[in-house]
Design a binder for this molecule. Structure first.
Ligand SMILES: [Ca+2]
Ligand SMILES: [Ca+2]
Ligand SMILES: [Ca+2]
Length: 211
C-alpha cells in the first residue's frame, strides 16, 4: 500500500550520507553534530493502551518504555559503523529486558534472516559498555562479534564492526530499525503492537553511503 501511495503522491529521494566521520563511543555526543542525515520516528508514541473494544473486550498494553525519536548512522575510517539514537527522555537501564535492540537487514532482502533482518545488536548487553552483535543463522541468533556502546541521558552511541554488517568499499546500503520492549523476537506483529519501534511497524530506515 505504501508503495502505491508513494507512486501516486511522490516521495522525496532518500538522503545519501557522504564520507567518513570521526566518532568516539564516549557518552558525549557533539561528535554527531556533523552528521546531517537524521532518521526520525513519531514522538510520544509510547502511551499505554487502556480502552474498551468490541463485545465487552478491554484492551490494555503497558509496554511503552523508551520513546525512540532521532537516529543517525556514520562510517569511521577505523572500520566501524556508528549508530546514534535519541529518545524522548533518559534511556532506561541497559539491564532492562528487550532493551534498545538494533536490527539490520544487511542485504535488503526480506527473504534472508529473521523476517529480513540479518543482524541483531544489543541482545546481550553488559554494564561495562560492551554488547553483542548476532547474525541469524539456521533459524537462530548467533553471536559473531562484540560492539561498544555508551549511554548518557536520552542519547546512546554504538560502534559496530563494519565487517559484521558486510560494509566495505566505496559504497554501502543497508536497512535498519530500532526496537524497544516489543517482547521476544518471535512474530513480527510484536513490532507493531508493543513498546516502540523506529520507524513504526514493519518499516525500515535505509542507510545509503558513498565515500
Ligand atoms: Ca561520542
Ligand atoms: Ca517514538
Ligand atoms: Ca536480509
Amino acid at each position: 500500500m505504501a508503495q502505491n501511495i508513494r507512486r501516486y503522491k511522490g516521495v522525496r529521494p532518500i538522503p545519501v550520507n557522504k564520507g567518513f566521520k570521526r566518532i568516539s563511543v564516549d557518552g558525549s555526543f557533539e561528535d554527531w553534530d556533523k552528521v546531517e542525515v537524521v532518521y526520525r520516528d513519531t514522538r510520544g508514541d509510547i502511551t499505554f493502551r487502556d480502552a474498551d473494544g468490541y463485545a465487552g473486550l478491554h484492551y490494555t498494553d503497558s509496554t511503552g518504555r523508551n520513546d525512540i525519536q532521532d537516529s543517525k548512522v556514520a562510517l569511521g575510517r577505523d572500520g566501524n559503523v556508528f549508530f546514534y539514537v535519541k529518545c524522548g527522555s533518559d534511556i532506561t537501564s541497559c539491564t532492562d529486558p528487550d532493551w534498545m535492540l538494533l536490527l539490520v537487514d544487511t542485504d535488503q532482502d526480506s527473504g534472508t534472516g529473521w523476517y529480513g533482518y540479518d543482524i541483531l545488536v544489543n541482545r546481550t548487553v553488559s554494564e561495562d559498555g560492551t554488547t553483542s552483535v548476532m547474525r541469524f543463522v539456521d533459524g537462530e541468533w548467533k553471536e559473531i562479534s562484540k560492539a561498544r556502546f555508551a549511554v548518557d541521558g536520552p542519547q546512546m552511541e554504538i560502534a559496530v564492526p563494519a565487517s559484521a554488517l558486510g560494509v566495505a568499499g566505496k559504497k554501502a546500503v543497508f536497512d535498519f530499525k530500532w526496537v524497544d520492549n516489543t517482547g521476544e523476537l518471535k512474530e513480527p506483529i510484536s513490532l507493531c503492537i508493543h513498546g516502540d519501534t523506529a520507524p513504526n511497524r514493519r518499516f525500515n530506515y535505509r542507510f545509503i553511503w558513498e565515500k
